[in-house]
Ligand binder design. Structure first.
Ligand code: NAP
Length: 340
């Protein structure tokens, strides 16, 4: 069992992202991008992990920024997460990403929990920081020489939650304030999406989930935190205009999955925007139906991209090369020749 550390209620100052900031010369010195004894590491831990697109995306960003870093992927069993995290800390990794099933477990392991990670109850990004002789803490990825640190600490962040909103904003071009939304699914991702949507000042949220008790619990959370948002566990009345319908169920991942919505309860012609968190396949039957009905649509690749760019920014303190990372992600997920 991971030890339960008390949360240190510290507002971690994210390295201010400064376009003019320069990464330390020792990190940039390896211009030909060859592995050497100064190479620093970041990694993603998950189980399973072989499907992960993060190494392709992050290594493209790292190469573009001419960092002497590598981003790896490891299959880590939940019962060995503690050991694997301690190993990365001892080896002065720059940071880690965590995916299923480690996001909740990591919350108890990190030394300090960033407020966003605490709010969403999950850590998907860890930054390691080292203490200097003069007591200052510096992110490992931004140090001249990480071998000089007196000790290392870990900070847990969550970049998933903001990534949903950034993707809806940039990929659908939809400002959310005052909108009526339908959210399909109330699992881990659905809960975070519901709270994030509510935090933007949407007017009404219809929460639809197979297991109604889960949707009810999410609705209760929203009523506690954002009482001005009207919540419902039913579809809107027929003919009501809906600004956004978001699929956060896993229906659509498999070719023979049923639709995640009931077409007798909602006419997609009344929906203007549709978002599916699934990005593989690039167009789920839900998105196809929505597109046919005239909706503007986007899949979840943007969400994956923006959680990754935010993680890289947390480690480097620099703006991430989003277009390079997007291209690498596209090529990895859909192949070089795909138009998607
Ligand atoms: P999860 O916690 O396991 O939740 C799964 C959700 O799907 C629940 O709402 C569940 O309903 C519903 N569901 C599953 N099978 C169903 C069925 N046969 N009929 C009706 N509903 C069904 O998973 P999650 O982590 O929230 O992920 C949800 C989806 O988001 C997945 O497709 C995942 O790939 C995607 N996702 C994408 C990103 C990204 O970066 N793009 C990130 C995270 C997640 P019940 O509550 O009734 O079981």
């Amino acid at each position: 069992m991971p030890s339960l550390k008390p949360y240190i209620n510290l507002k971690i100052q994210r390295c201010a992202v400064d376009t003019n900031a320069r990464i330390k010369t020792s990190v940039l010195s390896n211009q030909n991008n060859k592995l050497n004894a100064s190479t620093l590491y970041a990694a993603v831990y998950g189980h399973p992990i072989r499907h992960s697109a993060s190494p392709a995306m992050q290594n493209a960003g790292i190469a573009e920024q001419r960092l002497n870093w590598r981003y790896l992927a490891f299959d880590v069993l939940p019962e060995q997460l503690d050991e694997a995290l301690n190993g990365a800390k001892a080896m002065r990794y720059v940071g880690l990403n965590l995916t299923v099933p480690h996001k909740l477990l990591a919350l108890n392991w990190v030394d300090i929990v960033d407020p966003a990670a605490r709010e969403w109850g999950a850590v998907n990004t860890i930054r390691f920081e080292g203490q200097m002789e003069d007591e200052r803490w510096i992110p490992v990825g931004q140090a001249d020489d990480p071998t000089h640190f007196k000790q290392i600490r870990s900070i847990g962040f969550n970049t998933d939650a903001d990534a949903i909103l950034r993707s809806i904003d940039e990929d659908l071009g939809l400002p959310l304030k005052g909108r009526t939304c339908i959210l399909l699914g109330a699992g881990g991702a659905g809960r975070v999406a519901a709270l994030k949507l509510a935090s933007t000042g949407i007017k009404r949220l219809h929460l639809i989930n197979r297991t109604q008790s889960k949707a009810k619990a999410v609705a209760r959370d929203i009523q506690d935190k954002f009482p001005e948002v009207e919540t419902s566990l039913e579809y809107p009345l027929k003919g009501t205009p809906v600004d956004l319908m978001l699929n956060a169920t896993s229906l659509g991942l498999k070719a023979d999955d049923p639709l995640p919505l009931n077409l007798e309860s909602i006419d997609l012609k009344n929906v203007s925007h549709a978002y599916d968190m699934i990005y593989q396949p690039s167009q789920t039957p839900f998105l196809r139906k929505a597109e046919q009905a005239g909706c503007r649509t986007a899949n979840g690749l943007g969400m994956l991209l923006y959680q990754g760019t935010a993680a890289l920014e947390i480690w480097t303190g620099q703006i991430a090369p989003t277009s390079t990372m997007r291209k690498a992600l596209h090529e990895h997920v859909y192949g070089k020749l795909s138009k998607h």
